[in-house]
Every structure is written in C-alpha cells, then in structure tokens.
Design a protein around this ligand. Structure first.
Ligand code: MG
Length: 246
C-alpha cells in the first residue's frame, strides 16, 4: 500500500510555494499555513490540456451523441487555466455554459508513444478538472476550440494526488451544494492507461501536461453567482465560482 501524497502550489505572502496538503494545512519548506488562509494556484503548469470527449456512456447518451470508437480528443489552451477557488467569468458570447467534473491525469516526464502497460511510469498523479463548456457554441462552431477554451474555463486542483489507483474513484459534482454528477471512474469507456497510450501516440507529452478524462452524466448549466464543487475520492474538492462578465 503506497502512501498518498497531495502536492499543491499556493501563494504565501505573495510568493508562490510548492508543498503538500496534510489535513487542513499547506506544508511548505520553512512553514505551514491553514488551507483557509492560502491562495491556491494551479498544481501544475501544463503546456497543453488534452480533453477527452464522450468517455462515459451515460453522458454521451444524455446529449444524444454516439459513443466514439476511439478516444475523441480536443485541446484546452493554457490561457484557460484556472485554480481552486478561482472565478470563472461567464463569457458574453454564450447563453449556455455547463460544468463538467472530470478526473485529470498529470504527466510527470517527457514521453511519446507510451504503451498502456507502461502508462504508470509517466504519470505524476491525479487532479480534478472542471471542463467548462459553452454548450451553445460547441454546437454552432463545430470545432470545440472556442466553446472549451475561454479564459478560466480550465480549473484544475486543488492538488496532485500521487500514490492512488485511478480505476475506481468516486466523482461527484455539486452545484450550489446540490449533487448533479455522481459516478465512478470505473465507468470510463477508455481507461487511464488506454488514454495515455492513445494521446502519447499522437503528441509528445511534457511534464505538467494534463489529460482530462471526460465527464459522466449530469452536466448542466451555471449562472453568475453559482458555486460548483467537483469532489473526487482520495484527491479532494475543486471549487469555483461563476461571475458575470465585468
Ligand atoms: Mg469534458
């Protein structure tokens, strides 16, 4: 049984610190701070965030989409990166923005063409992603770049958990405290090793890159003022607030 380690990056007195989360404290070199007192940063800086579409059968069905025969990939730009407790600005271009709670795979080493049997060698750990999506623009644009790529549409965090097994983790998304998604990663159509194999066959993966593994059923719209929490067993809770465009 390996020990679970939760690494995070936080601002302490204006300085970015790397450390670990232990109970209700952030532990860093030279100090410790209560989680309530720190500002979370993204736990890694991805060169790219690779999204996986329609990777839970019940979610594909709820949007009346067929299941893909192979993993369906898209990118979220690094400019969309957001963090635990970060605000997500509702874009003026959309009338329908949805949350999508997802397990994120964080890559630990530069790699290419990794067979699924060796995927564990290139994974640093696991985080939580909320793949915010402008559903109306996803339909009308055809390409998903804009719908998935607005500034702030890729919150990740609060930490990277290593020493955990990703094959059966409970995932719940709460909108203003009401559970909207409740599933387990055991229901992934393409599991984590299969995704690492497929994605790394196409792209060189860099340390800090994130694969967001897809969302289960229960997606739905948000409005300014809403609070969305995505909780994944053994990792933690990623919380974000929706704000009106300034
Ligand atoms: Mg998604």
């Amino acid at each position: 049984m390996s020990t679970i380690r939760r690494s995070a990056r936080c601002l302490i007195d204006g300085t970015a610190r790397e450390g670990t989360i232990e109970d209700d404290a952030f532990i860093y070199t030279g100090g410790r701070a209560s989680l309530a007192s720190v500002t979370f940063l993204p736990p890694c800086i991805p060169s790219k965030i690779i999204g996986i579409g329609r990777n839970y059968a019940d979610h594909a069905a709820e949007l009346a989409n067929p299941l893909p025969a192979e993993p369906l990939l898209f990118f979220k730009p690094s400019s969309a990166l957001n963090h635990h407790n970060g605000a997500v600005t509702y874009p003026v271009h959309s009338q329908r923005v949805d949350y999508e709670g997802e397990l994120g795979v964080v890559i630990g080493v530069r790699c290419k063409a990794v067979p699924r049997s060796r995927a564990h060698e290139v994974i640093m750990g696991y985080t939580i992603c909320n793949d915010f999506t402008a559903r109306d623009l996803q339909r009308t644009d055809g390409q998903w770049a804009r719908a998935k790529g607005f500034d702030g549409f890729a919150p990740i965090g609060p930490c990277i958990a290593s020493g955990i097994e990703p094959s059966d983790l409970r995932l719940r998304t709460r909108l203003n405290g009401v559970v909207k998604q409740d599933a387990t990663t055991a229901s992934l159509v393409f599991d984590v090793p299969a995704l690492v194999e497929y994605v790394s066959a196409a792209f060189t993966l860099e340390p800090g890159d994130v694969i967001s593994t897809g969302t289960p059923a229960g997606v739905g719209p948000v409005q300014p003022g809403d609070v969305v929490e995505v909780e994944i067993e053994s990792i933690g809770v990623l919380r974000n607030t929706i704000v009106a465009p300034g």
